[in-house]
Every structure is written in structure tokens, then in C-alpha cells.
Design a protein around this ligand. Structure first.
Ligand code: SF4
Ligand code: ZN
Ligand code: ZN
Length: 315
């Protein structure tokens, strides 16, 4: 016998065990939208903000974030500017950018596309091919993360935005917490937050999907028929540890419904503020000698990557 929705007589299409609810498609969409709005109010994510840059890669999480933020932007009184970075990853980037633009147009949202290769002279595909030659030791995803954070921050600063919203979901948060604990990176743990205030030349960062799981963002995007790139980045397959943590945390969640939310909430609300005050609040930033963006050394990580790639690509 099919299970009925907890709120109406329709057939349930999903069961949210952590909330003890079975929901039909209409009530699932409503449930996610209400929870999203509650997360924003409870954490005061957009207090006193009037311009927010939303980073849209074209994947399910960022597309869901864009639509959810568009729904609440009037209530919380801020303007949305979309930002899409064309990373230059073969066909994957072409499709991702195309999907991001479709969503901006659907919602009539102002946006900016920054093409990595055009603007800075190298792509993520170039990084994958030449990074060893360029003497860059970090893995591709770590470099890609540095590049994305740099471009987002620079753009948000240039247009005078109050915050950058990104589509990191609950599963991403669980992974970041776990992997930083595992590697003993206390400074990384101190940075994991649902809201990071602005400081020096860093624009505030907001993660409104921090308590919404990957399964929920995917289902929301599918039920609302939002255009998004279903394909996975070709470099994501290199992240085996990431995949292992994802699978293991899902097994734990199966046995203890709500474990992921509680784990993330306890960390974000109780542990992170202590770590932040010990490890980050005293951190001193200066301007990078090349680009003027914030760094703790003389030259920022982005400029180091850029100059290493320039040398290799010129040859
Ligand atoms: Fe960048 Fe890695 Fe994500 Fe691909 S999987 S977009 S390389 S961070
Ligand atoms: Zn229903
Ligand atoms: Zn720099």
C-alpha cells in the first residue's frame, strides 16, 4: 500500500525520517521553502543587507539556492546579483554556464559571467594538464576552490555587495567538518560557518543551504523542473575520500535519522564560535603586493597560481 502525505491525502513521494514526515511533491516543495526561510531568520543571515551575490555554478545546489533566495528576497529585502564563473572544464563548463543563464533569465535576475581563461589566461583544464610542470603541488579541486573564492570575493567587493551566498549543502558541511577534523586543520575548522562576517577586504559569506541535504536540493530542483547540469565535473571522480565520507555519513543517517543535521548544528552553533575566537579573530591580513586582495603573506594564493601558470603557458 502506498504511503500517504502527512499533510494531505496524496501519495507521498519521499519520506524525511529526521522530521518524521512523508510528503507529496507539493508539500515537499513547501516544506523545503519554509525550512529555508526559517534557517535565514534564525541565523539572521541577511540582516542589514541590500545586495547579495549568489554564486551559481549551474549544478543542482546553486540553482536550488538561487530559486529559494529569489522567493525570500522581498521578505528579507535584498537584491540578488548572480555570478557564474566559467572554469573552462571541457563540455562540463559549457553546459553548466548555459544552465546557470537559463535560471537567471527565468527569474529575470541580473548576472555576471566571468570566464577564467579570458580574464586570467588559464582554465581549470590547463591547471589539470600543467600544474605539475608549474610546480603546483595541491590537488585540482583545492586550486579550483581557491580560484573560485578569489573571483567571487573580488567581484562582490567591486560591486559593493554585502555578502556572497553559496550553495554548500548539509552533506558538504558534514564533509568539511569531518575532513578538517581528520587532518587536524584547526584553522580550517574555524572557517566552517553558516555565516562568516566581512573583514578587511573579505565580503561576508553566507551558506543558507547548510542544513538542507543534497538529496533534498536534488529533489527540490527536480520537482520544480529547474534546469541544471546533471553531469558531474570530470575532476570530481578524483575525490575518493570525499565520496567515502559521503557514503558513510549516509549509512549513519539511515541508522540514526537526523544525525547529519545534529552533527552540523552542534559544530556550527557550539564548537565553531570557540574555534573562531581562538584562531581567526586575531588573524592579520594585508593587501597582496600584486593584486591588492587580502592575504596573510606578501602575495596571495591566486596570484601565485596565476604567475606559475603564466610561466608554463608562455613556453
Ligand atoms: Fe572544481 Fe573540483 Fe568542483 Fe570540478 S569537482 S568544479 S575541479 S572543485
Ligand atoms: Zn501533501
Ligand atoms: Zn594577489
Amino acid at each position: 500500500m502506498s504511503v500517504k502525505c502527512s499533510f494531505c491525502s496524496n501519495k507521498a513521494i519521499t519520506k524525511l525520517r529526521y522530521a518524521k514526515l512523508s510528503l507529496c511533491s507539493k508539500h515537499f516543495v513547501e516544506y523545503v521553502e519554509k525550512r529555508f526561510s526559517k534557517i535565514i531568520s534564525k541565523n539572521k543571515l541577511f540582516k542589514n543587507m541590500d545586495k547579495v551575490v549568489v554564486a551559481v555554478s549551474g549544478g543542482k545546489d546553486s540553482v536550488t539556492l538561487l530559486h529559494l533566495l529569489h522567493k525570500v528576497s522581498k521578505e528579507f529585502n535584498f537584491e540578488i546579483i548572480g555570478l557564474t564563473i566559467d572554469l573552462g572544464i571541457r563540455k562540463y563548463s559549457v553546459e553548466s554556464v548555459e544552465k546557470a543563464l537559463k535560471n537567471y533569465e527565468m527569474l529575470n535576475i541580473k548576472y555576471k559571467v566571468i570566464e577564467l581563461k579570458n580574464k586570467y589566461g588559464f582554465s581549470i583544464d590547463d591547471i589539470a594538464k600543467y600544474r605539475r610542470k608549474a610546480g603546483i603541488k595541491k590537488p585540482i579541486c583545492s586550486i579550483c576552490g581557491t580560484i573560485k573564492r578569489y573571483i567571487m570575493n573580488k567581484y562582490a567587493l567591486e560591486i559593493g555587495a554585502n555578502a556572497i551566498a553559496t550553495g554548500h549543502n548539509l552533506d558538504d558541511m558534514v564533509y568539511y567538518i569531518f575532513s578538517s577534523l581528520y587532518s587536524g586543520r584547526v584553522d580550517n575548522l574555524a572557517k566552517i560557518s553558516i555565516y562568516s562576517p566581512s573583514e578587511f577586504k573579505f565580503v561576508a559569506k553566507v551558506k543558507p543551504l547548510a542544513y538542507i541535504s543534497e538529496k533534498e536540493t536534488l529533489l527540490y530542483a527536480m520537482l520544480r523542473k529547474l534546469p541544471f547540469n546533471y553531469n558531474v565535473c570530470p575532476y570530481a571522480r578524483l575525490r575518493t575520500f570525499h565520496e567515502y565520507i559521503r557514503k558513510t555519513s549516509n549509512v549513519l543517517e539511515e541508522n540514526v535519522p537526523g544525525l547529519k543535521i545534529t552533527f552540523a548544528r552542534m559544530f556550527l552553533e557550539k564548537i565553531n564560535p570557540i574555534l573562531y575566537s581562538h584562531y581567526l579573530s586575531e588573524k592579520k591580513f594585508k593587501e597582496c603586493k600584486i593584486c591588492g586582495m587580502p592575504t596573510t603573506g606578501k602575495i596571495c594564493s591566486f596570484c601565485k597560481i596565476k604567475s606559475a601558470m603564466e610561466k608554463v603557458l608562455k613556453k
